[in-house]
Design a protein around this ligand. Sequence first.
Ligand code: GSH
Length: 254
Amino acid sequence: MTLELYNFPASTCSLKVRLCLAEKDLDWVDHKLMPGGTDHLTPEYLKINPNGVVPTLLHNGAPIIDSSVIIEYLDEVFPDVKLTPDDPKERARMRWWLRYFEEKPTGAVRYPTFQKILIKNFRDMSDEEFKVAAEKRPLKTEFYTRMGRDGFSDAEIQTALDDIRQTVERMHQAIKETGGPWIMGDFYSLADICVAPLIDRMEDMGYEQLWEKDLPQVTEWLARMKARPAYSKAYYPGARYSEIFPDLELGRSA
Ligand SMILES: N[C@@H](CCC(=O)N[C@@H](CS)C(=O)NCC(=O)O)C(=O)O
């Protein structure tokens, strides 16, 4: 049995899968791609992931794509450590969270991430080079084109921050209502794994004020996540942008 993961060290979608693999204590082959590069856009890679994004899991050579699909797949195929509740209503509730995390905060986190960090890979390109770079990306041409080489507008960044605020408010409320310690109550689930890299990224970029002042359940939940042995396995040194780009002084610039 072989598991291979094509991923970027700091990508939130990759981290979801690394967290899941670590929780299940599975062995896997790490294919680290370079985030600033185009390894994920080569014809060979597009054959296994036509969306031209990471992560991609190969299970005995068969590609499984899309991080939420991958973590659900891993939970079905390797059920020894269970991360999905048995009760169908609880399963539905967990999937509701997964879907919500995809629809709102996953996209929202990209705005400040590109604005503060990843745009630097494109700033020095000519108009033509940038157009080619944007058009090369099967799912992201529109996002890159809107960003351009000057970045997003204040209004676009504010909308993204509002979406993250909505997310942490919902998390706070859920943990309060269920009694925690996890989003689904006492069951640690794929919902926690799905959102943790997004909240971690926001903290890494210095946005913890979105929850630290008045949403203590989120602060405490993040501390509990970080204390899990799987967390430090997934977040090896160099898996946060503040470590990769110390000169950006991310934590202080918000
Ligand atoms: N829905 C996909 C989204 C994957 C995605 O957007 N990955 C980003 C990194 S987090 C990526 O590969 N970006 C490549 C690019 O912007 O060229 C998933 O969850 O796997």
